[in-house]
Write a protein that binds this ligand. Structure first.
Ligand SMILES: [Zn+2]
Length: 410
């Protein structure tokens, strides 16, 4: 039996180990302070023990100072198994933190106690991001069990704070310990993907959230001539803002959807009763912009579209950005990490994976901003943040094989 077949056979036999790991990880609630928790400490401690058993050459716990968290820090773990000198490392980065379960009535059981139904494991965090933690751990373990160290170094990063901005997670690690990651390393982030594992995420759109405040004059519902109706003005403005779609109508087929999106979303409550004409209305817009347009350009165009509406209806309109994030330089579709993933997915799943861009933000953007080509990839039903979040054991097995075969690539 060849080495890779031996590795695959061991991965295939890991169902019970996957269930047991998922059970232990799920029971160690890892909520950051912004989500009402104390941090990832318990989960990190458990994982540190598991990594130690695999005798890494380096196992470092990096503490990102956070006074709100237990013991005043957030834990980040880095482990490496050195290969041949001069060969690139293959990093797999997963995050330890989870989001709160939300409405418990929507869950079929305790979110922190896994339920196993055939191929399915249900519980908070099992997909996001324990799927990544477990599959990458299994890959390292089975490679180590079946022979000498591979030529490429194997490396795992388990970080904190992905769900609430990464300030105490990957962002902190990259700013304070940049030497761990090299430009020619292959960096895999199994924190997003699609159901058959054919999507390799290499690019993200820029994000802009805008707040529109419309001020007019409140009055009685029977005497509109005495006031200036801001709900009517807001409605007119929303229709006007649809022109952003034609102004910024560039197309890039790397992305899904291939165009920039401009959607009105949240509307704040105005008056509580039907017979009052509102004098203040506030609504928001979520824009995902192709990297070819600067965010500032969209913002100033939105302000220009508001001017004639304000003039005609005699209201004032304030347009403010409440969140903006310029897209990071995409990972090249020719990057070694993308090519390695394509090759491994073809071999293991028999499918053609392709590089794509998405509208949402992922933690890989921090790598890209630091000039490190990273690819987001995994096989998952995308139940993250939902009640009864689940993962499929068969997907974890397949993804572990993909990671192992990239580790073993000469
Ligand atoms: Zn995640």
């Amino acid at each position: 039996m060849s080495r890779i077949d031996e590795v695959f056979a061991r991965i295939e036999g890991s169902r019970e180990e996957i269930i047991s790991l998922q059970k232990e990880l799920t029971s160690r609630m890892a909520l950051g302070p912004d989500n009402g928790g104390t941090g990832e400490h318990e989960k990190a401690e458990f994982l540190k023990g598991k990594l130690k058993e695999l005798k890494p050459d380096l196992l470092e716990e990096i503490h990102a100072p956070d006074q709100r968290a237990e013991n005043g820090y957030r834990p980040n773990l880095l482990a490496t198994w050195a290969g041949e000198k001069g060969s690139p490392a293959v990093w797999v980065l997963s995050h330890m933190d989870i989001v709160p379960p939300g409405d418990l009535a929507l869950w079929g059981g305790d979110p922190y106690e896994i339920r196993v139904e055939g191929d399915r494991i249900i519980g908070r965090g099992v997909e996001d991001n324990q799927h990544g933690i477990v599959s990458s751990y299994l890959a390292v373990k089975t490679v180590l069990e079946t022979g000498p160290r591979p030529k490429r170094s194997m490396a795992l990063a388990l970080v904190a704070d992905e769900e609430t901005g990464s300030e105490y997670g990957l962002d902190y690690v990259l700013k304070n310990h940049p030497h761990f990651f090299k430009r020619d390393d292959l960096i895999l982030v199994p924190d997003g993907g699609n159901e058959d594992g054919t999507m390799i995420e290499v690019a993200e759109k820029s994000m802009l959230w805008m707040k529109f405040t419309v001020l007019g004059k409140q009055c009685h519902g029977s005497t509109p001539e005495k006031g200036r109706n801001t709900l009517f003005a807001a409605a007119r403005l929303i229709v006007e803002l649809a022109k952003l779609k034609t102004e910024f109508n560039g197309r890039d087929d790397l992305f899904k959807p291939p165009v920039s999106t401009f959607e009105p979303t949240k509307m704040e409550a105005n008056v509580p009763n039907v017979n009052t004409i509102p004098g203040r209305d506030v609504f928001y817009m979520d824009c995902r912009i192709l990297p070819l347009y600067p965010v500032e350009q969209v913002l100033s165009h939105a302000r220009r579209l508001a001017e004639p509406v304000a003039r005609e209806l005699e209201v004032s309109i304030r347009v403010e950005p409440v969140y903006r994030q310029e897209a990071a330089e995409p990972t090249s579709t020719a990057a070694p990490v993308v090519q390695a993933l394509k090759k491994a997915v073809k071999e293991i799943k028999g499918l053609d994976a392709r590089p794509m861009g998405i509208g949402g933000g992922t933690v890989a953007a921090f790598f890209r901003r630091a000039g490190l080509p990273a690819a987001v990839w995994s096989t998952e039903p995308d139940t993250a943040h939902q009640p009864d979040e689940y993962c499929l054991i068969s997907n974890i097995l397949a993804d572990a094989k993909v990671f192992a075969s990239i580790f073993l690539e000469e």
